[in-house]
Ligand binder design. Structure first.
Ligand code: HEM
Length: 520
């Protein structure tokens, strides 16, 4: 009998005897590998955790759910935070993948958490979101800590000061005016021919406008329609990349990068094009003798103050990643003012008065400029109140304690990952009173910032705050003023839901813009 025939018989025998078990065996092996990779590690960490994190008195472990909150913290936030808070109390433990994290909801606990060591809190590599996040933003300023973080902020901060934001304000106002004029013609806006009413989905209200404003800061005089188109095209790829980063199940593992899948093609393609664009614009700025943020940071990079990846990831974070944050903030505040007609009526009047107030300036542009800068206006309070009720994340991104702490009676060892449940804090902290869940902007006229320092999370708490803090408020107030100057807004059926398709949640509903009397 030749070998070939022997092999055939052997295979037939194997197939006959064992085939029924092969599928089952592979399934079993798969399940074991999966279990080993995820659940066993989680159970072990949970056990270790229970042994280490004892309550000072009574030795009870910090309670918390076993489910993985890595993805649900973005898509199921309101259910998650409400249920956990009710079940486990004001301080509890969750998992991000297999990383245990402590969640704080109480202002006193948050004060204790920042006390003493806030300046040296650490960040977990890739803020706990694994390898894919590392490839996209792993070297950005927001993911660094201690000396590296301070070094990057030293170079980046001077480009985003209050002074720089004020300098850009006139352009923000004229960009907004142009956008308002173009609204009836935009592809996502439906215009009713008869009465000029515009129908717009809340989640789609603005897209390119804030993007353009930040691009102006980053690329300065290099900004033209061509560059904006190019950046906007890149942003479409970036949106997919960010979705994989936060919502991808397998993208967190190292091995994923070797798979021939779209998520990898997206991140590699983005990285290549982004690097090319950054180099090209930096060199163009240098050649033309134009001072731009991108050109200056590129110089810092060449002088050895940062690596190319730190430079590229940080500008990505500033321009692309924070775009959704800013656009959803604009959608929320517009929708919330629309849901509260009495607030809108007062806001209309305040805007009309300000724009005709000669004390604020000799022309509309100067008056608008002065009005937007004021922080004791209903406009400002609406911006604060909307951010209070809808902070961009349900859980803040984690920071690790540097020193051992006792918080809420629990011993928290150094390097514990800690989150803030922003949703609960911003609504239920005692300082907000019994109407903490209601949109009432005037509360900010009654309270001093020191009174809500640890009860309001918007641009981050502690020393580590958003780089764009001076820009975010001006962009939001400028666009809200622009809309309310020209339109009255309603939300169809008074229905305002939440759209969880992005890592920051946007309002879901349909808004109707009616031109105000003077505009008809
Ligand atoms: C309304 C708009 C915005 C909101 C609500 C917002 C909110 C935040 C929050 C909560 C953080 C995290 C702070 C932390 O780690 O605890 C952050 C970080 C950051 N934001 Fe913003 N942001 C906004 C707009 C912007 C804009 C327009 C820019 C660009 C100039 C920007 C750039 C950054 C950067 C670079 C970081 C990382 C800072 C660091 O960790 O050192 N943000 N932002």
């Amino acid at each position: 009998m030749d070998t070939e025939r022997l092999l055939k018989i052997a295979l037939e025998y194997f197939e006959h005897e064992y085939a029924p078990y092969v599928g089952g065996a592979s399934l079993l092996a798969g399940a074991v590998i999966w279990f080993c990779a995820t659940d066993i590690s989680r159970v072990l960490k949970h056990t270790a955790y229970r042994l280490c994190y004892q309550q000072e008195s009574g030795k009870a472990p910090i309670p918390g759910p076993l489910e993985d909150t890595r993805i649900i913290r973005f898509i199921d936030g309101p259910r998650m935070v409400t249920e956990y808070r009710q079940k486990y109390g004001p301080l509890y433990r969750v998992f991000c993948g297999d990383i245990p994290e402590i969640v704080l909801t109480d202002p006193d606990d948050i004060r204790a958490y920042y006390h003493g060591d806030a300046k040296v809190h650490f960040k977990i590599p890739n803020i706990g979101f694994g390898e894919y996040m590392g490839r996209v933003l792993g070297q950005s300023v927001g993911v660094k800590h201690n000396e590296d973080w301070r070094r990057l902020r030293t170079h980046i901060d001077p480009h985003f000061t209050a002074q720089k934001a004020s300098e850009l304000l006139p352009i923000m106002i004229s960009d907004t005016d142009k956008w308002i004029k173009s609204l009836p013609r935009l592809s996502h806006v439906v215009r009713n021919e008869k009465d000029n009413k515009l129908v717009i989905k809340a989640e789609e209200l603005v897209s390119i406008l804030p993007f353009k404003m930040i691009a102006r800061r980053v690329f300065g005089e290099l900004v033209d329609d061509k560059l904006i188109d190019e950046l906007f095209h890149l942003n479409l790829v970036h949106e997919r990349v960010i979705n994989h980063t936060f919502f991808g199940k397998f993208e967190q593992w190292k091995i994923f990068r070797y798979l021939p899948v779209q998520a990898n093609r997206d991140v590699d393609g983005f990285e290549r094009e982004w690097a090319t664009l950054l180099k090209r614009t930096s060199l163009e700025a240098e050649r033309k003798g134009i001072t731009t943020t991108v050109g200056e940071l590129y110089k810092n990079m060449k002088e050895g103050h940062m690596t190319f990846l730190e430079f590229a990831h940080s500008i990505d974070e500033i321009l692309f990643t924070n775009m959704d944050v800013t656009t959803t903030s604009i959608s929320w505040v517009t929708a919330q003012v629309a849901m509260n007609p009495s607030v809108m009526t007062r806001l209309h009047k305040e805007i009309d008065d300000a724009l005709s107030d000669e004390h604020l300036g000799s022309n509309r542009q100067d008056r608008a400029d002065a009005y937007i800068r004021k922080t004791d206006t209903l406009l400002h309070y609406c911006y604060l109140e909307s951010g209070r009720l809808h902070p961009v994340l349900f859980y803040s991104f984690p920071e690790l304690t540097a020193e051992p702490k006792i918080i809420h009676g629990y011993y928290i060892p150094p390097k514990t990952s800690v989150l803030i449940d922003t949703y609960t804090l911003n609504r239920d902290a005692p300082v907000w009173g019994t109407d903490g869940r209601v949109f009432r902007p005037d509360r900010f006229g009654e309270l001093l910032p020191t009174q809500y320092r640890y009860s309001y999370w918007r641009f981050g708490l502690g020393p580590r705050k958003c780089v764009g803090i001076n820009f975010g408020d001006k962009i939001i107030k400028t666009v809200l003023m622009g809309i309310m100057e020209k339109y009255s807004v309603e939300v169809v059926d008074n229905y305002l839901g939440e759209d969880f398709t992005k890592f920051v949640h946007a309002p879901a509903g349909t808004m109707v813009f009616t031109p105000r009397q003077s505009e008809t």
